[in-house]
Design a protein around this ligand. Sequence first.
Ligand code: FAD
Ligand code: SF4
Length: 507
Amino acid sequence: MVRLVLVLGDQLTPDIAALRAADKAHDMVVMAEVMGEGTSVPHHPQKIALILSAMRKFAVWLREKGWQVAYSRLDDPENSQSIQGEILRRASETGAVEVLATKPGEWRLVAALQDIPLPVRVLEDDRFLCSEAEFAAWAGGRKQLRMEWFYRDMRRKTGLLMEGDQPAGGQWNFDHDNRKPAKADLLRPRPSDFATDAIVEEVLDLVEKRFDRFGRLRPFRWATDRAGALAALAEFVADRLPRFGEEQDAMLEGEPFLSHALLSPYLNLGLLSPMEVCRAVEDAWKAGRVPLAAAEGFIRQIIGWREYVRGIWGLRGPDYLQGNALGHDRKLPPVYWGGETRMACMKAAVGQTRDLAYAHHIQRLMVTGNFALLVGVDPAEVHEWYLSVYIDAFEWVEAPNTLGMSQFADGGLLGSKPYVSSGAYIDRMSDHCGACHYRVKEKTGERACPFNLLYWHFLDRHRDRFRPNPRMAQMYRVWDNMAADHRARVLAGAGAVLARLETGEVV
Ligand code: FAD
Ligand code: SF4
């Protein structure tokens, strides 16, 4: 009796749970390109092109390995354009009696599988180093889910950068050596662009025809198969990892990638595994090719943050997506979709997002995320934006980062204080302010940096919630010690910025 084996676009891993549980001789793999997924949010065209290209190549690989694959192309006339519809179509063609699936990384799809009128066996996605049950056990009974403690447990569990039961170098965390301001005059090797081939070109033409939305499709620079992803990993470790730590938080005009890995899309699609990436980094440190601080900083992002946010997503379930602890309700300003702005930092972050479907962590957190939080945008709108525009955006990783870390919509589960800052932080970490219309040193007046005005407005309007927080007490003392007329001018300036956003004027 035939079973259908569902492989989704971010499940392109040869030994993914559903394939492991299946029988090549009898079962049929189902892969489907459907408009329902392409339009669930307005995904960036490069993201759609990456997923479809990688799916097509994975299907070729599966067939070479002897699997039967029922592959629905987006432009198949028979395509029902939904995952459920395609499973039912394949079931009626084959007489299949059961579906094997690996748990999707979006609650919407988890629910959709439950609605299919066939027995569906959903297996745990065990590509993560920490299972959902393990994370729940770790979280159980803790008042605060601090990533740092979770990370140390993951170091012990994986043995990465460990010397016996002690951390290599005698410290768990080398952040004080990392996260330096950007140096504009350094020569940095740029990550290679991957050439397109016939499969990718065909997909690019299709995406161009079918998906007209925010985001530039060409040039398309991404690897679309495991061989390419491995090459991207090797190049990162050789060229950029040595400076990864120190440049982690830096921002520079015209340097969108700095020393970042650009590996998240490959990890999230399943073309690379978290452990192999960490081992490559650890090996480079052991061979003396990179400093411990860089290797530790990188490994913390993977076995710490990446696993931790996935744990939160599983633990909190679909309700997490509705969080709005601060009661924010403004619309997402048009600048996020490429509208005009005079803010140099926002222009750079959104511009490269449009062109590359990529911005690094600090741009996402301290520029676009910070601005949305200070303005008070409805977190659901912010979530939709981040889920749409980045090449690596999948709900399990995007939602905790956006709603939790960036927008404080979960009320502080992920971070004990909100990630907000005035323009001073952006000025310290970037070269944006020098050429900006606004003046980062000005605290009031027409040309004062909007971050400076909105930062105090945010603290002032959320005083009841944040004043008792010991980590924020110092900032409230600074605010309270300012002259009353100065405070009034700051709040009036912030009000004027918000009013301009409301009426659609350029900010
Ligand atoms: P690097 O900076 O080189 O980091 C190395 C790797 O560490 C990344 O490839 C990624 O796998 C992992 N990593 C680093 N930080 C995080 C983190 N906070 N959470 C999970 N993994 C992390 N990451 C996504 O993969 N998908 C998303 O949709 C996503 N949305 C985000 C939204 C917001 C508001 C914020 C603040 C962060 C988001 N991140 C997301 C985390 C992070 O910004 C990206 O993982 C990173 O920018 C990817 O680029 P890179 O590979 O060059 O990363
Ligand atoms: Fe951004 Fe303010 Fe600096 Fe302009 S002055 S680049 S708005 S931080």
